[in-house]
Write a protein that binds this ligand. Structure first.
Ligand code: ADP
Length: 317
C-alpha cells in the first residue's frame, strides 16, 4: 500500500508525507537490509501509487518480479494520523484494492526464481487471508507450494479486527497450523490458532501464553514466538522457553515494530543462529523500528545492528 502520513488531526488538513507500508513489505525490506535475498509476491494497481510501491521495494533490494499490476483496481492506501504522542490512528482504503484481489497466479510466479529454485523460507501474515477470497486462496497456494518443496513456513498472525472477526480468523488459522513451522504472535492471538481451546492454565501453574504455546507445539508447530511489546519476547520450542527483554530505546513510533521483529527473527534463523540468537536479533530490529519514524525506514543493515548499544550522544565519524 501507499502510506500517507500526517502530522496532526487529519480533519484539519495540512501536508502528508508519501511512503509505502504493509506488513509483508516491511518484513521484506527488513530482511533485504540485513543482506538476505527476498522476493515479494503481491499486487498493485496499474497506477503511480503502484509504481511507488514497486520502485521502493526494488530500491531496497527486494525482488518484485513475481508481483502483478492490476489494471482494474487501484493500489491500496492508508493514512497515518498521529493523534496524540502515544496514539496513532491508521485509516485504511484497501477494500477493492489491487492487493485485496491478489491471486494464486502471483504466488506461483513468485515462488521459484528464474532458475526454478524454491525459497528457503516462506513468510505469510494473517492479514492476507482476511482481505478476500482470492488472497485467501493465494495464501493457501503458497502453503501448498511450501509443503511440496519442503520450504519452512513462518506465519505472523497479525489479527486485524477491522478485516474479520475472531471466529472467521480462527477457522483459517487453525486450518493453516499443520503447515506452519514458526508461529509469531502476540499472546492474545495464540488462542486463534489452537485447534481446541482449553482452559486450566492456573491449575497447571502455567501462564496462558505458555499453556497455549505448549498446545501449539504438541500440534506440530516447531517454534512459537510471542511478542510482548515493551516487555520483549519469549520463544517456546520443544527444548523449553527463552525470554529476551526489549532493548531500551526512546520510542518515537511503535508502528512496524512487529514486522521489524519478524525480519530480525527470520534473518537469524536463516543464518543458522539458535533460539537465543534469533530473539536477540529480533528485539534489536524491533527496537530500531520503535526508535525510528516510519514502518521500515529505520530498519538496520547488518553493520548497523551494533549501533543500538551505543551511549547517548555518540557521534559516529
Ligand atoms: P506488534 O507491533 O506486532 O504489536 P510488539 O508491539 O509486541 O508487536 O513489538 C514487537 C517487538 O518490538 C517487541 O517484542 C519488542 O522486542 C520490540 N518493541 C516493541 N515496543 C518496544 C519498546 N517500547 N521499546 C523497545 N522495543 C520494543
Amino acid at each position: 500500500m501507499v502510506a500517507l502520513r500526517g502530522s496532526g488531526p487529519l480533519r484539519l488538513g495540512g501536508s502528508l508525507d508519501v511512503s509505502v507500508a504493509g506488513a509483508e513489505s516491511n518484513v521484506a525490506i527488513g530482511l533485504a537490509r540485513l543482506g538476505h535475498r527476498v522476493r515479494w509476491a503481491g499486487a498493485v494497481g496499474d497506477d503511480e501509487a503502484g509504481e511507488l510501491v514497486l520502485r521502493t521495494l526494488r530500491a531496497e533490494g527486494v525482488d518484485v518480479t513475481g508481483s502483478s499490476r492490476d489494471s482494474s483496481a487501484p493500489t491500496g492506501l492508508l493514512l497515518f494520523e498521529p493523534r496524540l504522542p502515544q496514539v496513532t490512528r491508521v485509516h485504511y482504503y484497501r477494500s477493492g484494492s489491487a492487493g485485496s484481489r491478489v491471486d494464486s497466479a502471483a504466488v506461483t510466479a513468485a515462488f521459484t526464481d528464474g532458475a526454478g529454485a524454491p525459497p528457503r523460507l516462506l513468510h505469510l501474515t494473517g492479514i492476507t487471508p482476511a482481505l478476500g477470497p482470492a488472497p485467501l486462496a493465494a495464501a493457501r497456494q503458497a502453503l501448498e507450494l511450501a509443503r511440496e518443496h519442503g520450504v519452512q513456513v513462518c506465519l505472523d498472525v497479525n489479527f486485524r479486527s477491522r478485516l474479520w472477526n475472531e471466529a472467521d480468523a480462527a477457522a483459517v488459522l487453525r486450518d493453516w497450523m499443520p503447515y506452519v513451522d514458526v508461529l509469531i504472535a502476540s499472546d492474545d492471538e495464540l488462542p486463534l490458532c489452537l485447534s481446541v481451546s482449553r482452559d486450566g492454565a492456573s491449575a497447571a501453574g502455567k501462564d496462558p501464553a505458555e499453556m497455549h504455546a505448549d498446545q501449539l507445539l504438541s500440534q506440530g508447530v516447531r517454534e512459537v514466538v510471542v511478542k510482548l511489546g515493551a516487555a520483549g519476547a519469549t520463544a517456546y520450542t520443544a527444548e523449553g522457553s527463552v525470554h529476551r527483554p526489549a532493548r531500551s530505546v526512546e520510542a518515537v513510533d511503535p508502528v512496524g515494530a512487529g514486522d521489524a521483529f519478524v525480519a530480525g527473527y527470520v534473518s537469524a534463523l536463516l543464518d543458522g543462529a539458535g533460539v537465543t540468537g534469533r530473539l536477540e536479533r529480533a528485539v534489536t530490529t524491533g527496537a530500531f523500528a520503535v526508535a525510528s519514524h516510519g514502518d521500515w525506514e529505520g530498519a538496520p543493515t547488518r553493520s548497523e545492528l551494533a549501533l543500538l548499544g551505543a551511549e547517548s550522544g555518540t557521534v559516529v565519524r
